[in-house]
Write a protein that binds this ligand. Sequence first.
Ligand code: NAP
Length: 351
Amino acid sequence: MKEVTKTGGNPFGCHRVIEPVGVLPQPAEKIDNNFTNLWDNELLVDVDYLNIDSASFTQIKAEQGDDDGAICDRILEIVSKRGKMHNPVTGSGGMFIGRVAVVGEKLRDKCDLEVGDKIVSLVSLSLTPLKIDRILQLNKKTDQVKIAGQAVLFENSLHAHMPEDIPETLALAVLDVCGAPAQTARLVQVGQTVVIVGAGGKSGLLCCWEARKRAGVNGRVIGIEYSKEGLEALRSLKLCDEVIQLDARDGLACYEAIAKMTDGQLADVVINCVNIDDTELPSIMMCRQRGKVYFFSMATSFTKAALGAEGIGKDVDMLVGNGYARGHAEYALDIIRVSADIRAFYETQYV
Ligand SMILES: NC(=O)c1ccc[n+]([C@@H]2O[C@H](COP(=O)([O-])OP(=O)(O)OC[C@H]3O[C@@H](n4cnc5c(N)ncnc54)[C@H](OP(=O)(O)O)[C@@H]3O)[C@@H](O)[C@H]2O)c1
């Protein structure tokens, strides 16, 4: 049993920042992951699974030559150096599943958690103090890593109870990207043409489902995928009105294809759900003047998007992919509950 001895912890977790002093835990270079003594406003969790953010996992896989041992070593190295799973290249994290081990005194009346409860974190691993004792299993297909370790959630850190009707690795996958369909619901209007880039991925599918629902019978949802398998899976789910194969990094090809399909009108809304670099400008090129481009991807560069749009004279509203929207977790889980096809497909991938 850990001792809860320290008081006066900051609600945002600043008390665990080691360097640079004075910043918040997310932008910090290094945070304290020593859990021998806890602050009284912290929640200690025994972690079972990490879901590494797709942009981060893709970068580590490429850097380590797809080698399992080297990928595990890199994950351990990042966590030991930074005190959190904060990829220094992509800047992104992921989230975790675990069981509550200690509820700090100050939180007992404020939260609905008890020791032993199974929870999913809804804040990024890029700001979550984490200690990994051992990596037990690495699943390169799902970006999920089974570990023995512990993490701390702060007073203001979002979390959700593990749903009882959905297998936990599936819930982890859905909750990792649960901001995407909730934001899509806010963005897409009846009758609009929506292009979803990386439509066959975890977040892409949920956005396709939501966009199809919002755009209605006079709207149009176009899904862009790259790999042959991704295209086949996306077509079989029938979530999009059209599915096309394009490389999301190829601006001219993307622009010409969407211009042709829309008689030059282009898309009202473009939603970017890829896990690779250099897709900002192609996404912008597919959008009409005064349309909206939503960059959910963590591989998005603000500079490339802003300067790229200016460079081609594109007056579009660009939205940063905030991972949080009120009620986002239940919203995404409900899609899995309502759509038997998406659930069945996800089960083949994540369970
Ligand atoms: N904003 C947030 O809070 C937040 C939260 C979680 C994740 N994310 C980010 O959101 C993005 C999507 O995450 P995810 O978990 O949905 O990823 P995912 O399941 O790995 O899906 C990525 C998709 O991108 C497609 N893709 C890759 N290269 C492509 C290319 N050259 N052209 C067209 N499509 C390509 C992939 O297609 P193939 O499989 O066919 O290659 C796949 O369908 C990632 O960048 C992730 O880091 C953001």
